[in-house]
Design a protein around this ligand. Structure first.
Ligand SMILES: [Zn+2]
Length: 230
């Protein structure tokens, strides 16, 4: 008999890992939205687990900034202010430009085909309006580009920044107009990548971020629609 691969782990750890994955999926699918209270009894029942691994998973999400804990009130899905969001997007602009600059000259034809296939996954999930899959596929698409930079620390920082706004990505993708725009913007990115046009890829990412930042900022300001759409 083979030894269990995680035999040294505490028995609660695998439960925490699976609860954490489910919690993340509930945030990216929009089941849990920014500002929502996390009702632990309800979630424990939904996931079919005890409160202990759920509490542990919430503590991990809190350390990532995805939920906040309020004394005597419990956990809430993080609600960002417009300035929080703008800070995240400004940092992303700097770091993504750096990753793209390093990545573009390194991409092989096989890498480009793989990235194009990831863009097709995004499109497929978009047409099915499967928000959890769409959020994942979108992330896979962009990180395939960033990872080609060969700079793991930079990619780790970018993941943290993306994590911080996951709940808002679900809100953004919930609108079919935004989903159509995302598909078009990804096509532009893939075209520029294939042309080896580094400045074009950076510019297309800037437009892609600006459109989601404009829409999400408008939502945070309580307006129903962005003032401008590209
Ligand atoms: Zn995208």
């Amino acid at each position: 008999m083979n030894a269990a691969p995680q035999a040294t782990l505490d028995t609660d750890v695998p439960a925490t890992v699976s609860v954490l994955a489910t919690l993340r999926a509930d945030v990216v699918s929009g089941y849990l939205r920014p500002g929502d209270q996390v009702v632990q009894e309800r979630l424990a029942e939904r996931y079919g687990v005890s409160r202990a691994p759920l509490r542990e998973a919430l503590r991990l999400l809190e350390s990532e900034g995805q939920v906040i804990h309020e004394p005597n009130r419990g956990y809430f899905v993080t609600q960002l202010s417009v300035s929080d969001l703008q800070e995240v997007y400004r940092l992303r602009a700097l770091l993504e430009a750096e990753a793209i600059t390093e990545a573009v000259p390194r991409l092989s034809p096989a890498d480009l085909d793989a990235i194009a296939a990831l863009a097709a996954d995004v499109q497929d999930a978009s047409w099915q309006a499967d928000l959890a899959r769409l959020t994942d596929a979108n992330r896979n698409f962009h990180f395939a580009i960033f990872e080609a930079s060969g700079m793991p620390r930079l990619v780790r920082l970018l993941r943290q920044l993306w994590d911080a706004t996951d709940a808002y990505r679900a809100v953004y993708f919930d609108d079919a107009v935004n989903r159509d725009r995302v598909e078009h913007e990804h096509d532009v990115i893939v075209g520029a990548l294939r042309a080896g046009d580094c400045a074009g890829v950076i510019e297309a990412h800037a437009a892609h971020r600006a459109n989601s930042a404009t829409t999400v900022s408008a939502l945070l300001n309580g307006r129903s629609r962005p003032a401008e759409t590209a």
